[in-house]
Design a protein around this ligand. Structure first.
Ligand SMILES: [Zn+2]
Length: 260
């Protein structure tokens, strides 16, 4: 559904979130009345499982992880990622205050943040926001479906490569503080497994790994090793949101990803 003129060139150039760029100029102005820009700090929990959401977040830079925590309190796995093509707080769009998954900041950045009550009112008032959130919901569902298949069918080495590529796509900063232990949580495996996978990628000349810092030395090679899921998830987002998608960060092109 399209209503009203699109954002003019200057507004669209400044807005870095794909969903907000999809809004008509009129709807965008309404949304911006309630939005403030806030930093996204590494490991910050934006949404806690089962707790009422206070805000909706539209990332401008950085990356969020959708994490499923098991009841044992020790086991978690990443089940999806949200970058500037998305929103944290989608449950509010569907009339719910809570969701079972944690959303935490994986790569630091900024987000436009809107209080939950204002966001719910905006959904009623802004048809272009409703339209793009319907499309985004489908993209996120498809991503989750792909992730289920990936976690069961693809090797740790392939998944590790996919994860590094996805993170690289969302990075503006040159360095990302990350321990092997954290990478193991994201991939839902034990730490020794991550060490073996990282070693295999290093032996293949795709990354260098030293003292807990990973540098991508051959991105193209990493794309060859990664499972099909990396490409399929990206293609699906482009299919559903293609007219509003912003290409992956150009700030990180041509320089290595360093994971400390
Ligand atoms: Zn896969």
């Amino acid at each position: 559904m399209e209503t009203g003129p699109k954002l003019d060139h200057s507004e669209a150039a400044l807005e870095r979130n794909s969903l907000l760029r999809a809004l008509s100029a009129e709807d965008y102005a309404k949304v911006m009345e309630h939005a403030i820009t806030v930093p996204l700090r590494p490991r910050q929990d934006l949404v806690e499982p089962g707790e009422a959401m206070r805000y909706a977040w539209f990332p401008q830079r950085g990356m969020l992880s959708l994490v499923n925590d098991m009841k044992d309190g020790k086991t978690s796995i990443e089940v999806g990622v949200i970058g500037r093509e998305g929103i944290a707080g989608l449950a509010l769009f569907h009339g719910r205050e809570t969701q079972p998954m944690r959303i935490l900041v994986q790569v630091a950045g900024e987000a436009k943040r809107i209080p939950a009550d204002a966001f719910k009112a905006l959904i009623r008032q802004t048809p272009t926001l409703r339209d793009v959130l319907h499309r985004y919901t489908l993209a996120l569902l498809n991503q989750a479906g792909q992730q289920v298949a990936c976690n069961r069918l693809h090797s740790l080495e392939q998944r590790c490569a996919k994860w590094l590529l996805t993170t690289h796509d969302h990075m503006d900063a040159q360095e990302l503080p990350l321990t092997q232990e954290f990478l193991a949580i994201m991939l839902g495996v034990r730490r020794p497994g991550v060490t073996v996978a990282a070693q295999a990628l290093q032996d293949a000349g795709l990354i260098s790994y030293r003292r807990g810092r990973i540098t991508i030395t051959d991105r193209h090679g990493l794309e060859q090793i990664a499972c099909e899921c990396y490409g399929r998830i990206r293609e699906d987002y482009e299919h559903l949101l293609g007219d509003v998608m912003i290409p992956p960060s150009t700030a990180s092109e041509g320089r290595p990803l360093q994971v400390a």
